[in-house]
Design a protein around this ligand. Structure first.
Ligand SMILES: Nc1ncnc2c1ncn2[C@@H]1O[C@H](COP(=O)(O)OP(=O)(O)OP(=O)(O)O)[C@@H](O)[C@H]1O
Length: 306
């Protein structure tokens, strides 16, 4: 678990992070969300000591991170940098092997694990001898993720890991990322300014503004129980999309019979309404099922909005 206790950071006398306290629980994806300049990256970089806080403390598994050697601390933390952050003069293979080499893994182990992780991220082995500039933006970001995952560290810090991707590539890579068994048991803190991405990937979202936390909670809490007008306004633009994304079939269960949707259309109780209605809206023969779900959602929504 990562426990951040009242940390602050000043740059040139101006506060960038202002007495932030939060906890990231073991095995969860916590998203730091907010507009440009609100202090997300600075907060993230203080966890692996790329930036030192001016005030406050950070604990990992109960230990103050300043008590460890920086290199030891960073070896237990996978880090995905903004814009992938690959070394331009290293091949993909060398980029991915940076941490295993520091850990003094055998060459054979590195190459086997590299191939395994490449396949999981839908990358071909043919890219191993290429340089970053010979890859597409999406491939570069996948390589950045492969590099952070290869050593299977218990913590993963991700700074806009999918930032450079178009919407369609993003949807694919989000789905891949969520289904990776590698991320299941990790504590992940992910920085983004992309609201739908935060809702898709975060179990909890920490919304920040001007260096402070405005609200921290589940996507559903932020949407239906905003702590302030700022929070409500922040989600106003994407509101309907987000409401469809946070409602799962499980939540509609008491309102309409869900079993037929599961057996007939291959959904699960965890399928979100956004995905389900998209599938059902594609064919005329599923129009009735689509309408049933939308009606159930409207009734569910009435119970949420008080
Ligand atoms: N090295 C630095 N020197 C001076 N000011 C800095 C430095 N790093 C960040 N800042 C300032 O601190 C504030 C917070 O920056 P930070 O990068 O943490 O924000 P962010 O929320 O991650 O933004 P973005 O989404 O644009 O990356 C900003 O006002 C920024 O200009």
């Amino acid at each position: 678990m990562i426990d951040i206790v009242s940390i602050s950071k000043f740059f040139n006398g101006k506060v960038a992070v202002d007495q932030i306290s939060l906890q990231a629980k073991e095995g969860e994806v916590l998203v730091l969300l907010g507009t440009s300049g609100c202090g997300k990256t600075t907060t993230l970089k203080m966890i692996n000591r790329l930036i030192e806080p001016d005030r406050g403390q950070i604990f990992i598994a109960g230990k103050d991170i300043r008590e460890k050697q920086v290199q030891d601390l960073r070896r237990q933390i996978g880090f995905v940098m903004q814009h992938a952050g690959l070394f331009p003069h290293y091949t993909v293979a060398r980029n991915i092997a940076v941490v295993p080499e520091l850990l003094k893994w055998e060459k054979k182990t590195i190459s086997l694990r590299t191939v395994e992780i490449l396949h999981k991220l839908n990358l071909g082995e043919d890219i191993l001898q290429r340089y970053p500039h010979e890859l597409s933006g999406g491939q570069q970001q996948r390589v950045g993720i492969a590099r952070a995952l290869i050593a299977d560290s218990p913590i993963l810090l991700m700074d806009e890991p999918f930032g450079a991707l178009d919407t369609i590539t993003k949807a694919d890579i989000h789905a891949e990322f969520r289904s990776l068994e590698e991320i299941r048991s990790k504590t992940i803190i992910l920085v983004t300014h992309d609201v739908p991405e935060a809702f898709e990937l975060g179990q909890r979202i920490c919304l920040m503004d001007k260096g402070k936390i405005v609200q921290i909670g589940t996507p559903k809490e932020l949407l239906y129980r905003p702590a302030s007008e700022f929070v409500a306004n922040f989600f106003a633009e994407n509101r309907l999309l987000l409401e469809y994304k946070v409602a799962t079939l499980q939540e509609l269960q008491g309102i309409t019979a869900i079993d037929p949707f599961i057996s007939r259309y291959g959904f699960t109780l965890r399928t979100d309404l956004w995905h389900a209605t998209q599938v059902l809206s594609m064919h005329t023969e599923t129009a009735q099922a689509y309408e049933t779900l939308v009606e159930a959602f409207n009734n569910y929504r009435k119970q949420q909005v008080v």
